[in-house]
Write a protein that binds this ligand. Structure first.
Ligand SMILES: [Zn+2]
Length: 146
């Protein structure tokens, strides 16, 4: 994977900036539109393009629907690339060739849920003390209910 050029990203940001009302609730769209307008005012100055793109991506990364659409737009028009400035394109977008990222699963020791809790890393992970397979935290009822 190669990175997108500043101009490819700038073009995509400008395209997305025009589509905000379709991607966000009115209030958010208005706020983001204003922020991008201020940033993009110098977009025709070649020595500022890299800086402008970085600022725009930083703001857009706070709005997942816009970030996802920006990525989808880049993939549709240019192809799969990487944008490492913010790591935003490392996250696979559901529905665009990427697998859906599973949420964090917390698992506990079924012998004594209070002594061992960890984030599931491998399937079949075991309690180091009791050598039993860990179970998802939400399958264990709190003490006061049992
Ligand atoms: Zn244990």
């Amino acid at each position: 994977m190669t990175g997108y050029s500043d101009y490819q990203l700038l073009e995509a940001v400008q395209k997305i900036a025009a589509e905000l009302p379709m991607l966000l609730p009115d209030k958010d769209a208005g706020i983001l539109e204003e922020k991008l307008k201020i940033i993009l005012v110098d977009a025709n100055k070649p020595d500022r393009v890299s800086e402008i793109v970085t600022d725009a991506l930083k703001i857009i990364s706070d709005y997942p629907p816009v970030r996802n659409e920006l990525k989808a737009h880049l993939i549709r028009t240019i192809g799969l690339g990487s944008e490492t400035r913010l790591g935003m394109f490392f996250e696979p977008t559901p529905g665009i060739g990427g697998a859906t990222k599973p949420g964090k699963i917390m698992v506990v020791c079924p012998v004594d849920p209070s002594h061992y809790i960890t984030q599931l890393r491998v399937k079949g992970q075991r309690c180091p003390q009791h050598n039993v397979e860990l179970v998802p935290e939400d399958t264990i009822l709190p003490d006061n209910l049992s």
